[in-house]
Design a protein around this ligand. Structure first.
Ligand SMILES: Cc1cc2nc3c(=O)[nH]c(=O)nc-3n(C[C@H](O)[C@H](O)[C@H](O)COP(=O)(O)O)c2cc1C
Length: 207
């Protein structure tokens, strides 16, 4: 697909057929993700591929349990909203493949200077707006576009991260931080391409 068509063809897909993804196709998508830019080319990321139905169900339960713990006394009026949040936070459980995207601590030249000042690497990271987290966003977008190009549907899911610690435990994250999930699979219907947004509304040219 032409790139200019591809970016508008990519849409969030939340319903998948049970058909598995071919390994060669999956690897193409993963490679596209790993081609993303990263701070100092530090490639501060890792991807776990989850296809085991039991593990995916465990992850779904962890998210639902966490949301129940967070909102134990939800009013009858707000119950439908909590139910909706649960659905959208665990939509990955509809997909045959779930990708868990982790970030790792990275080092840039500025870190070499820290011993000469009262500045922590956490402070640098905060000032720089968490470059390793930003890099995982670039990685995810590359994978979503590659999936679209392969005729597959995908959904970027941050809602599940309310149960980050629990998901990290299930996935054996070690010292990596789980940043987001991506659901991948064959879509049962072709979504409409996106309408371009209005440049005048979203873009400012600074004189
Ligand atoms: C950072 C990020 C987090 C998202 N988290 C969720 C989520 O937790 N659950 C979900 O169903 N969709 C999630 N989405 C998908 C958005 O709802 C979707 O991108 C948006 O509605 C625009 O639709 P489109 O992707 O078809 O353009 C997320 C998207 C982004 C970029």
């Amino acid at each position: 697909m032409e790139f200019s068509d591809l970016v508008f063809a990519r849409r969030t897909v939340r319903r998948f057929t049970p058909e598995p993804i071919r390994q060669a196709t999956l690897e193409k998508i993963l490679r596209a993700g790993l081609a993303a830019p990263s701070p100092n080319n530090s490639v501060p990321w890792s991807i776990s591929v989850v296809t085991n139905g039991e593990t995916i169900q465990k992850m779904r339960e962890a998210v639902h349990e966490k949301l129940d713990l967070m909102f134990p006394n939800v009013s009858a009026d707000n119950k439908p909203t909590l139910d909706k949040v649960k659905i959208f936070s665990s939509i990955f459980a509809n997909a045959p493949v779930v990708l868990a995207i982790f970030s790792k601590t990275y080092r840039a030249p500025i870190h070499e200077l820290l011993s000469e000042a009262e500045i922590s690497s956490e402070q640098i990271s905060k000032w720089r707006r968490y470059p390793e987290l930003q890099a995982t966003g670039a990685l995810v977008q590359n994978m979503l576009l590659a999936a679209t190009d392969e005729g597959l549907g995908s959904c970027w899911i941050s809602g599940a991260l309310v149960a980050r610690k629990e998901l990290e435990e299930i996935l054996g994250a070690g010292d990596m931080r789980l940043e987001t999930l991506v659901a991948l699979g064959h879509q049962d219907a072709q979504p409409h391409p996106k309408e371009p947004l209005d440049l005048e509304y979203f873009v400012n040219y600074i004189p």
